[in-house]
Design a protein around this ligand. Sequence first.
Ligand code: MRU
Length: 370
Amino acid sequence: MNVNGTHYRTIWPDPDNQQSIKIIDQRYLPHQFVTRTLSSPDDAFRAINQMLVRGAGLIGATAGYGMYLAALTADPKRIHEDLQAAAELLISARPTAVNLAWAVHRVLTAVSSLASATEIRSTARFAAEEIADEDARYCRQIGQHGKEVIDTIWHRKGKQCVNILTHCNAGWLAFVDYGSATAPIYAARDDGINLHVWVDETRPWNQGARLTCWELEQEGIAHTLITDNAGGHLMQCGEVDLILVGSDRTTHTGDVANKIGTYLKALAARDNDIPFYVALPSSTFDWTLDKGTEISIEQRSGEEITQISGLTEDGRRETISITSASTRAKNYGFDITPARLVTGLITERGVVPAERSAIHALFPDLCSSP
Ligand code: MRU
């Protein structure tokens, strides 16, 4: 995506230093565009764990590069042991997005039969770059398939503006480029479809308010920020034509883990007969779990709910409490939308119903039992 006239991916090898990787520190957006340097697997762990980077695809890409950094910093005499330790560390950074473990294992597999440290390092770098490039390419393809969904609604409405509701940030910032849920929006806009996006604020991290709105603004897409609970009302009023969200993990049976609050949107969509689509690359499928209820749901600190923080105009972070000091809070990061509430999954290979047989038929090479 272009920021101030320059094209950026969300993660890239440092052009000035072969030993490090650059990221955007998303905690400062939209007020400041801050980049950081990762030089070790510990740096990559912290970037994921403390949410400098976030979103399933980008977490995966960061983990891939984290493994490359682990290969660089490992003791050549015990490089496989060091890589294994880094893999365990990185996988522990956050529990829900399956792309994390997927990317780590992809790099581990690529180097598993190699002995020389030099070869392991160059292979790990190649694998990490492949993960990032593939992520960008797949998101682009998701855009091409997903725009057909928007196009159908556009024609059904007699070429009136299509109103799309999205939750959280499944955009460029959640991936390496384009995004999953935003890619069809950009592709439809490029085809001349008139559209408008309702953006859920997505408490408590406000990924919708801080990140999705900023991204849509950079792309010149008409959008309106709403509170997390406004979607049902807008659906009842006929103001939503389509719901388009991303996913952090989707079982091979079609149950979708996504940012907390997604399930309630899907329920309201069903009650109001509104299509509910999930956009995801194949790296977000979990081929081992049969039920969404088996997915590990991240719980973060309650302070993220009892406090609000933001940047002042001069760039200082300020945090204020909004509850009494004794209020207890539970902070669930994700929820599960059962497959029966999902109209379709938009993947890099096409749009499929959220059903085991259809998913397996589209990805016979990836599912363990076709
Ligand atoms: O906690 P986050 O910001 O890492 O959550 C990820 C998300 O932004 C969403 O759940 C998103 O819709 C799917 S990630 C592609």
